[in-house]
Write a protein that binds this ligand. Structure first.
Ligand SMILES: [Zn+2]
Ligand SMILES: [Zn+2]
Length: 146
């Protein structure tokens, strides 16, 4: 138990450091939401963020939405579109910059960041086409669903 709370405190400190380094003001909801993203082993939906915070630092739904948008805008987190039309959010553990691939489990819908796999910066498209966004998603089964 003591170990868990110690780890939680360490994550809060880490979240606050990242927020400060991004030139943002540290607020309780910002640090709680980012700490939840850093703690998660998969990308979280708005709802999952709310649920993760509830026992420790309850943050209302509207604030969760606003904070997640802000974290994305400042490069502290990124959003991943889901096949179920639900956005999922992950902390930018390696800082802002190069986009990475994601793994989505067709069994449970869990989405995991594949930070080792970069998304190509450019792809060849037909003449006259303008790429707007490149995403790389690997579909498969997670260890639990396999
Ligand atoms: Zn699964
Ligand atoms: Zn990711």
């Amino acid at each position: 138990m003591a170990r868990t709370s110690h780890r939680t405190a360490a994550r809060a400190v880490e979240a606050q450091r990242r927020i400060r380094e991004a030139g943002e003001r540290v607020t309780t909801p910002r640090s709680a939401v980012l700490a939840a993203l850093l703690a998660a082993d998969h990308a979280l939906t708005h709802h999952e963020v709310e649920e993760a915070l509830a026992p420790v630092t309850p943050v209302d739904r509207v604030t969760v939405y606003r904070v997640l948008d802000r974290l994305v805008a400042t490069g502290l987190a990124h959003r991943i579109p889901g096949e179920d039309r639900t956005w999922r959010f992950g902390a930018n553990r390696r800082g802002p910059g190069g986009a990475h691939a994601h793994f989505t489990c067709s069994g449970c819908g869990r989405t995991v960041c594949l930070e080792e796999t970069e998304v190509p910066a450019a792809v060849k498209v037909p003449r006259g086409f303008v790429p707007q966004r490149i995403e790389l998603t690997v579909q498969g089964l997670c260890a639990a669903c396999r």
